[in-house]
Design a protein around this ligand. Sequence first.
Ligand code: FMN
Length: 210
Amino acid sequence: MSEQAQGHLALDPSTLPERERYHLLTGLVVPRPIAWVSTRSAAGVPNVAPHSYHNVVSTDPPVVHFTSSGVKDTLANVRATGAFVLNVVSEALLEAMNATAADLHPEEDEARWAGLALERAATVDAPRVAAAPAHLECTLREELVIGNGHLVLGDVVHVHIATRVWGAGRVDQEALRAVGRLGGSGYAVVERVRHVPRPRAADLGGPGRD
Ligand SMILES: Cc1cc2nc3c(=O)[nH]c(=O)nc-3n(C[C@H](O)[C@H](O)[C@H](O)COP(=O)(O)O)c2cc1C
């Protein structure tokens, strides 16, 4: 049976118009965590902008990445200072986070227009969003250019987390209420967590690894 007969379309992404390819990929790779990146320019102007091309790369050493589509102010600032802070976006900060994606002039401070208070990071040359429930302070490890993406790898050198979301060595997801990006202007809020313990091979009746 062909894929079409099963109710699927077979698409070659290389033949799609770029806008459609963008909507296809960003609508299917969901929900994406949001790196709400705060930086400061060489001239000292603070900057805050969300980046949903973001994830953990390594925990030993602790390394994260976010990707800038083209060269934007955030990337220019990271190149200039070698530092950035990832501010975790909880539901209460969704609108403010979105406001910081506005196309403001590079010399404008997005945080001010979004009504956000910034404070100094503890260890790196970048501000952090005071109201965020957690901050990952990072130093630039490497920038990789892949197509139109500038992948920024950062070493996490300091973590600052609200005690209400950090209990017994684990993040309390129900207290965090993190926001993820879907396609377009859609967002998901983590408000119901299903716990599904990982099975052992024996639970499935299959052979295990040695
Ligand atoms: C939720 C969300 C996620 C975004 N993710 C990205 C991303 O991963 N990469 C990117 O280049 N822009 C992304 N954008 C757009 C940037 O935030 C936007 O272009 C912003 O103005 C860049 O700010 P800057 O020039 O101060 O760095 C996203 C916007 C929103 C609202």
